[in-house]
Design a protein around this ligand. Structure first.
Ligand code: AMP
Ligand code: ZN
Length: 112
């Protein structure tokens, strides 16, 4: 599969890993947009929420539930923002569903 994140998951491309289990990895974003910027990437390849099966939805729930258990390791004490880019308008560049975790500073732009 010619997918950057599948290659990172397989270990073919190096990454700075903060967490890994059978279902997900959490790595540092290579081009951080906040003091702390991680990517939570489910190991299963799918691009969009629209592509998810019921099982994938449950998996994604488990992924999100993992985040607050890593508050110390990820420096999330002051709160954090999750971003999921979907498709062209928000500028999704990697077609493998991932959740941006932004933390460590006040965020000026209020997208919602
Ligand atoms: P998106 O634009 O939502 O698809 O997000 C893709 C993210 O992947 C961007 O924030 C990039 O900075 C990040 N990225 C691209 N290549 C790498 C890499 N090799 N390791 C870690 N993050 C990456
Ligand atoms: Zn992939």
């Amino acid at each position: 599969m010619d997918c950057l994140f599948c290659k990172i998951i397989a270990g073919d491309i190096p990454s700075k890993k903060f967490y890994e289990d059978d279902e997900m990895i959490i790595i540092a974003d290579i081009d951080p947009k906040a003091k702390y910027h991680y990517l939570l990437i489910p190991k299963k390849h799918f691009k969009l929420l629209a592509d998810m099966t019921e099982e994938d939805a449950t998996l994604l729930g488990r992924c999100l539930k993992k985040i607050p258990t890593l508050t110390e390791e990820l420096h999330l004490q002051g709160g954090y923002r999750l971003v999921v880019n979907q498709g062209d308008n928000p500028g999704q560049t990697v077609p493998h569903l991932h959740v941006h975790i932004l933390a460590g500073q006040k965020m000026g732009w209020q997208p919602a």
